[in-house]
Design a protein around this ligand. Structure first.
Ligand SMILES: Cc1cc2nc3c(=O)[nH]c(=O)nc-3n(C[C@H](O)[C@H](O)[C@H](O)COP(=O)(O)OP(=O)(O)OC[C@H]3O[C@@H](n4cnc5c(N)ncnc54)[C@H](O)[C@@H]3O)c2cc1C
Length: 510
């Protein structure tokens, strides 16, 4: 473990992910969370392949595998003039083949549980009832004081404290996220058992699938969570005014937003019994995400809140944590400094987040087109992907490979930079490019001194103290299992005591 102390303000999805990633770099990590517990009860969350790859890499999926759901189909519907039209279709299997990782849906509190378990296993400390009230970065180390008067010292402070961020208030006093349009969200969960009992025809429209029902001025999104036991019903609708905080709703007004939707959707919405609306806010684009010393940095909703129409807000916060963790691992190895890591983080992540903020806004606009001619044009542009699917699902990826879907939140091919992105690999690349473009390069070998140093440092200072290995590893057992799984040489029987039965099972023919 390095002596670098990292403090994280906030144990939301972003803070927990950052704690995992930064612990994996070898730092000592402490999360300070204001709440008495962590997590948000209720609504679901989508994890796209750019996120599931990290969840898998960190082993979080193992903790929540019974709660994760991988939808079998992803559809977009419009109901115009009492006619139901399938206007978009994504094949999750095909997407997984392209992106290499699944598209999962999960209940938020289940994801929190998995992340928190992983945080604990990675050795990071999570302190609750620890609201950060004061930050002092005028000297090193940074000093952070909580509401109970306890002061902590850190070499790097990560503000993962969401929309009302205290860290952001410290760096940019007065800066608040705002509503860039009048769309608001309504969240609810229904047990499938209740749904099927009350609305028998539901079996036609829901199941292990993700369906977006678009309409004028809003949309409804349905997908399973909790290992397929519950249906997440999140909706968006355009309010009369800009909404900037959570509000109680007038339920009849709410039903009015969806009066033109398919009768099935109207029944579902009545069953959920919504009471609140969520604002859909966006943080203004800032010239930097950190303090002037580059040792206090913000991630997630604290600095780049985006509307939810791409289902990427939490995903982007997780990517931030992953990127930062990888960059900080180079600090631990003595390759770069904390300010350099933070600068690289900002250079790479700021444009990425801004693109996603714009995509999210765009996606919301496309899902809620009002003008009939625009709606018709959009729906017609999806005809090809629907027809292609019906014709020959097995081959459809080979037909018109140049085709791109208008549904940016569903079609990986349309926004490859988002769907195929690997935050840790990007951070690695950022560090390599940074090192390569400065310092000496040998004229003859063309090898950069900096890169050579970086890679040599792995051999001569791996960051892991290996002295325990000799005492604790049972080499005999290890070699035996190697023989078993790889079934190497017959000599293994003699040397490591494999018996004939083991040999015939694992070793034959090798
Ligand atoms: C309707 C809706 C649907 C969405 N669907 C998706 C989706 O499908 N996929 C997706 O990726 N994203 C989705 N999002 C976005 C996602 O919910 C957020 O982007 C994400 O939760 C932000 O995580 P965060 O960790 O940055 O912040 P938060 O979740 O807000 O966490 C901040 C944490 O900091 C703590 N905190 C605050 N101040 C302090 C302080 N001073 N001291 C200590 N602790 C403090 C808070 O208590 C909290 O625990 C959706 C959003 C909405 C509104």
């Amino acid at each position: 473990m390095s002596s670098l102390r990292v403090g994280i303000v906030g144990a939301g999805i972003g803070g927990l992910a950052a704690a995992i990633a930064i612990s994996r770099s070898g730092c000592s990590v402490t999360i300070l969370e204001q709440g008495s517990d962590i997590g948000e009860i209720g609504a679901g969350i989508q994890l796209h392949p750019n996120v599931s790859r990290l969840i898998i890499r960190w082993g979080v999926d193992e903790f929540i595998k019974n709660d994760l759901v991988e939808p079998e189909s992803i559809n977009t519907w419009d109901y115009v003039n009492e006619e139901l039209r399938l206007i978009g279709r994504t094949d999750p299997k095909q997407l997984k083949k392209q992106a290499g990782f699944p598209w999962w849906v999960v209940r938020r509190d289940h994801l929190y549980t998995g992340l928190a378990q992983s945080v604990a296993e990675h050795g990071a400390k999570l302190l609750v009832n620890a609201r950060v009230e004061k930050i002092d970065d005028t000297s090193k180390p940074i000093r952070v004081t909580t509401s109970s008067g306890i002061t902590y010292e850190f070499d790097l402070l990560v503000g993962a404290d969401g929309l009302k961020s205290t860290v952001r208030q410290y760096i940019y006093p007065g800066l608040m996220p705002y509503a860039p349009n009048k769309l608001c969200a309504y969240r609810g969960i229904l047990p499938f058992s209740l749904l099927y009992k009350e609305i028998p025809e539901a079996k036609l429209y829901v199941g292990n699938r993700l369906d977006t029902w678009v309409g004028a001025k809003g949309y409804v999104l349905l997908y399973p969570t909790t290992g397929g036991k519950e249906l997440n019903v999140v909706t968006a609708a355009e309010s009369k005014d800009y909404v900037s905080k959570m509000e109680d709703i007038d339920i009849e007004e709410f039903y009015g937003f969806y009066a033109d939707f398919h009768p099935f959707i109207q029944k579902v919405l009545r069953l959920v019994k919504y009471t609140k609306r969520w604002p859909l806010l966006q943080t203004p684009r800032m010239p930097s995400w950190s303090n002037k010393h580059k040792n206090v940095v913000m991630i997630g909703d604290a600095i780049h809140a985006m509307q939810n129409h791409m289902a990427q807000g939490a995903g982007t916060a997780i990517e931030d944590g992953a990127f930062l963790g990888q960059a900080i691992s180079e600090v631990v190895r003595g390759v770069i400094t904390v300010p350099e890591a933070v600068t690289l983080f900002e250079q790479r992540r700021m444009p990425k987040a801004w693109i996603k903020q714009q995509l999210s806004f765009h996606s919301g606009t496309m899902y809620s087109l009002t003008k009939p001619e625009e709606r018709e044009g959009r729906n017609n542009s999806g005809r090809f992907e629907v027809a292609r699917w019906e014709r020959n699902p097995a081959r459809h990826e080979q037909d018109h490979i140049e085709y791109r879907s208008w549904i940016v939140s569903r079609c990986a091919e349309t926004v490859k930079s988002l769907w195929y992105y690997d935050a840790e690999a990007d951070a690695d690349n950022a560090v390599l490019e940074y090192l390569m473009n400065r310092g000496k390069v040998d004229d003859f070998t063309q090898v950069s001194e900096n890169l050579s140093h970086k890679w040599r440092s792995i051999a001569f200072g791996n960051g892991v103290d290996g002295t325990w290995v000799e005492d604790e590893v049972d080499y005999k057992h290890m070699k035996n299992s190697l023989y078993k799984t790889n079934g190497v040489a017959r000599d293994g029987i003699r040397e490591y005591g494999l018996n004939e039965e083991d040999y015939s099972r694992y070793g034959k023919g090798l």
